[in-house]
Design a protein around this ligand. Sequence first.
Ligand code: SF4
Length: 369
Amino acid sequence: MSPGSSSVRRPPVALYIHVPFCQAICGYCNFNRGLFDEALKTRYLDALTREIAAAPGRQADTIFFGGGTPSLLAPASLEAILEAIRRDREVAADAEITLEANPDDVKPEAAAAWHELGINRVSLGSQSFDDTVLAWMHRTHSAAQVPAAVDTLRAAGIGNVSLDLIFALPEHLDRSWSNDLARAMALEPAHLSLYGLTFEPHTALDRWRQRGEALPPPDDRYAEEYLAAVEAFSRHGFEHYEVSNAARPGYSSRHNSAYWERRPFLGLGPAAHSNVGPVRAWNEREWEAYRRRVAAGEDPVAGSEELDEAALTLEERYLGLRTDRGAPEALIGQAAERWIEEGWARRGDGRIILTPEGWLRLDALAVHG
Ligand code: SF4
């Protein structure tokens, strides 16, 4: 299907490309990823571009390379993927095109090539500015490589840089959260994403816990550090627009906002999820299963479901409460009065909007009221 055909008049999609390879496996990570080598890269590119060619040719207004570690792909590989995308669909002239990158992959030549390809936003997996913490996490970068990466991106013309930070780390690391926040703010990023450390099954972190080598911090540490970040956002002029995300005005993530606003999104690559209208679908999670299906000319979708009215309502409530748009008051009901009284929410334009104290209780409030 070519650009200009009837499909491009439908609402545009947010396009997600999953790159499931990493240079090393971080201790806390349970994402879909594996170790990277050149042979895998070639087979990945072949499978992905086949899937792109077979996918619906609908206009994309955002493209997000997520992972895994998309910055491990050479610029020529990213170019091949973008060409495959553009071959069968229009990409909006002002599309937000994001690349997740590890700081140690940000080199001047790579950054210049990303800019040349139209990549206009980079999400850096910075996590901390403490070398002991980074080594404990098995990250491949050093603290000094984060500001260097930000400078390199800016010099290449990519000013829209987001930093990831992990909080609620085990106490034995003696990590200074206030120092990490200050170091992040000093770089004046356009966007910040927060992740509270969780001990997921089948991770190195979980094994360390079982051996008594890493224990979750006391419960109140999570809330204290989250609220300290919220205070820093407001002091530095960020809009805290989603439970875990804050941006300078005009720099909220358009791609991630598509998820939260339930706009159509299409995920390509192993384990990628899609959602168009009431239908959710997910690709084969395991790389080999994904590759075999695509190579055989089959759709790599492993499963799908159509949400009924009740599930759609619950989703609208949950996604709305995640953001500073809030959820329609009619979806919250009588619980709203108690939330407001407790300081967990406020009213605005017929919607109920959670406060940071409410966001600390998001799952409980969204599900149980
Ligand atoms: S780089 Fe990201 S995806 Fe890869 S192991 Fe680390 S946290 Fe997981």
